[in-house]
Design a protein around this ligand. Structure first.
Ligand SMILES: NC(=O)c1ccc[n+]([C@@H]2O[C@H](COP(=O)([O-])OP(=O)(O)OC[C@H]3O[C@@H](n4cnc5c(N)ncnc54)[C@H](O)[C@@H]3O)[C@@H](O)[C@H]2O)c1
Ligand SMILES: O=C(O)C(=O)C[C@H](O)[C@H](O)CO
Length: 251
């Protein structure tokens, strides 16, 4: 068995049209998986990059603000490929304002997409893994702010700390079905999510000065960790959140 091989596996990646999701989708495809990208926006760039690797690609338009599309997505994937093996819950949003000014809408919007939908996507795919009798791999995208408070991102911090907690809970309950649930906590990565931070010279310099690697992360930096957590190599890793942060947390 190739410990890092994903040949014959089907991976659902949410929010893979851009950024970290696209980077992880490419890495999973390079390891042999066929890719289903679920989310909003133009998926053509991801489609092109997966085709270049020689794997199958299916784009499904779905607004993950609501849990409503989830079962239909799984049914469509099973109809197309016959099975699903890997779920990467990557789609997420951030809203920034001081805690004293933070609105209820910004709280609810972030919590809906970043944690409620993630939990119910995990639940639906776990039911499918159990039905298949194959086990499976779930990888949730957390953040440095699963471990730290941060500033001006109250609902984001709540959602990403919550991700670390429910990742452990689901791992505990579903290990008996050979389902591994783990998370990746990216550090400060150069994507649309952090564009306002990188545009602010002072904040950007402050962040960079704290990263031992001396640079912002890139989508490709998540490739190795996501393939590890999707592959047989991590079969005994359960409920863990791996920081991929250029040393930020260790400092
Ligand atoms: N960039 C960072 O520094 C960083 C650090 C830690 C964690 N993260 C997390 O990584 C994940 C990916 O973010 P990114 O940095 O690549 O930014 P991004 O904005 O490029 O990616 C977010 C993706 O989620 C999708 N999405 C947003 N709302 C959606 C909705 N309602 N329905 C379906 N899809 C939706 C977007 O279309 C997009 O493809 C997020 O969960 C984010 O919180 C990012
Ligand atoms: O601190 C902020 O404003 C962020 O943007 C946090 C980053 O997006 C990221 O989640 C850090 O891991």
């Amino acid at each position: 068995m190739n410990m890092f091989g994903l040949n014959g596996k089907v991976a659902i990646v949410t929010g893979a049209a851009t950024g970290l999701g696209q980077g992880m989708a490419i890495a999973l495809a390079e390891a042999g998986a066929d890719i289903v990208s679920v989310g909003l926006g133009d998926q053509s760039e991801t489609a092109q990059k997966i085709a270049a690797v020689g794997r199958k690609f299916l784009a499904i338009d779905a607004d993950l603000f609501s849990t409503e599309p989830i079962q239909g997505v799984i049914d469509q994937v099973v109809a197309e490929f016959g099975h699903v093996d890997i779920l990467v819950n990557n789609a997420g949003i951030i809203r920034r304002a001081d805690a004293v000014d933070f609105t209820e809408k910004d709280w609810d919007d972030v919590m809906n997409i970043n944690i409620k939908t993630v939990f119910f996507f995990c639940q639906a795919v776990a039911k499918q893994f159990i039905k298949q009798g194959t086990g499976g791999k779930i990888i949730n995208i957390a953040s440095m702010l699963s471990f730290q408070g941060g500033i001006r991102v109250p609902s984001y911090t709540a959602s990403k700390s919550g991700i670390m907690g429910i990742t452990r809970l689901m791992a505990n309950e579903w290990a008996k079905h050979n389902i591994n649930v783990n998370a990746i906590a990216p550090g400060y990565m150069a994507t649309a999510n952090t564009a306002p931070l990188r545009a602010d010279e002072e904040r950007s310099a402050e962040i960079l000065s704290r990263i031992p690697a001396g640079r912002w992360g890139t989508p490709a930096d998540l490739g190795g960790p996501v393939v590890f957590l999707a592959a047989p190599a991590s079969d005994y890793v359960s409920g863990y959140t791996i920081a991929v942060d250029g040393g930020w947390l260790a400092r």
